[in-house]
Design a protein around this ligand. Sequence first.
Ligand SMILES: *[C@@H]1O[C@H](CO)[C@@H](O)[C@H](O)[C@H]1NC(C)=O
Ligand SMILES: *[C@@H]1O[C@H](CO)[C@@H](O)[C@H](O)[C@H]1NC(C)=O
Length: 371
Amino acid sequence: MPKTKSGHRIGIFMRCVAVAAMVMVFFLVFSFQHTFKLMEEHHERHVARDLNDHPSIMSHKVGTEPLEHEEMFANTLKNCLPAEKGKECKTYIPESTERIGIIAPPGLMATYLFKLMNSVVAHGKKSSGSKVTNTTFEIIQTTHIPPYGYGKTHGYTRLVRVVPEPLLVGATDTLVATINNINDYGAKHITLGDIKASLRQQIRYHCRLNHVAAHTALWTIGLEEVAGMRTEDLIDRVQEFLDLERDEAVADKIMEGEANNGGAGENPLSKLEEMYSEGALLLSVAQSTNPGQDILEILDQVLVDEMRMSKNLTNWPCESFWKVGDAENPLELSPIIKRISQDLSPDCGAAFTDCFVQRDKCEYKGDGKCS
Ligand SMILES: *[C@@H]1O[C@H](CO)[C@@H](O)[C@H](O)[C@H]1NC(C)=O
Ligand SMILES: *[C@@H]1O[C@H](CO)[C@@H](O)[C@H](O)[C@H]1NC(C)=O
C-alpha cells in the first residue's frame, strides 16, 4: 500500500518536473528569440555590444529613473493647443502648405510619431469648421530648434515636441544616436562630462520650445505617453491638433494598412525599452569610471543649476547649446557634444527660415561665446 502511495507521489512529482521542464523550454526559446530580436535591432546602434563586456559593468548598475528634481522641469513644459486657446496659438501657413514640425533632439524619440502623422494626414481632411480648406500638409521631422520669432521666421504652422521621460533617457539616447555619426567614436568614449553636457542641451532645448509655445501652436507630448496610448486615441489627438475631421475610420484604415504590411509599423514600446537599456548601460559605465561619486546626484545638480540659471526655463534668450561644458570652461566640448550642438542649433540656411536674433546667428555658426 505505502508503495503505491509513494509511487503515486512520485508520479505527481514527475509530472511537476515535466511541466516545469516544458515551462523552462518555453521561456528559453522565448528569451532566445528576444535576444535575436535585440541583436537585429542593435545592428546599427551597437551600444550593448560595445559596453556589455565593460569590466565593472555588473557592479555598477545605474538605471534611468527620474532625477530627484525632475518634476521641477516637467512642470514648466507648456502647450499651445488651438482647440483650447484659440487664436492665441498662431498657425502661420506659408504658400498654402501647412508645415508641421515634429521636433526632438537626435534619437529614436520622434520617428514613430512622424510616421503616424504622415499616415493620418494622407487619410485626413480638414474639419468642416476649419477656416482653411484648401491647404496641403508637409510633415517635417527635425532636430533643429526653430529660430526666435513668429511663423514668418521659423516657418512652421504647428509644432509637436516629444519630451523624454525620464529626462535622462533623452540625454543618453541623443548620445547613442550621435555616436554613429562620428568616425572612430564608440560608446566607450562617452564620459560623465558628455552625459552632463547632453543633459544641459536637452533642458535648454525645452527652454527654447517653451518660448515658441507662447505664440505658436505647439503640442507637447511625453515619450511614455506616446508609447502607452492606444493607437486610435493617438490618431484622434493628432486629428484634433491638426484641425482635421475627427474620423474614426481613419484609425481603422491606418491599422488595417499596417496589418497588411505584416505589422510593419514600429512598436513604440520596444523602442522605449531599447532607449532605456542603452541609457542604463551608458550610465552604469559612467558610474563605474567615477567610483566614490553618485553620478545621479551629480546629474540632478546639473538639472537644478539649469533651472536656476534659466529661472525655470523662462529666461530669454535661453543659454546656448554651445556652452554646455562644466563651469571651469563651458565652451570646451568633446566632438560628440559639438556634433549634437550643431544638430540642435537653428538651421538658419533652411527654407522658410529667417534668423534675426543674435543668439540664433551665433548658434548657427557654432559660436557659443557670441560676443
Ligand atoms: C486656395 O489656395 C489658393 C492658392 O493655392 C488661393 O489662391 C485661394 O484663394 C485658396 N482658396 C480658398 C477658398 O481659400
Ligand atoms: C522654480 O520652481 C520651483 C518649484 O518647482 C520654485 O520653488 C522656485 O522658486 C522657482 N524658481 C524661480 C527662479 O522661479
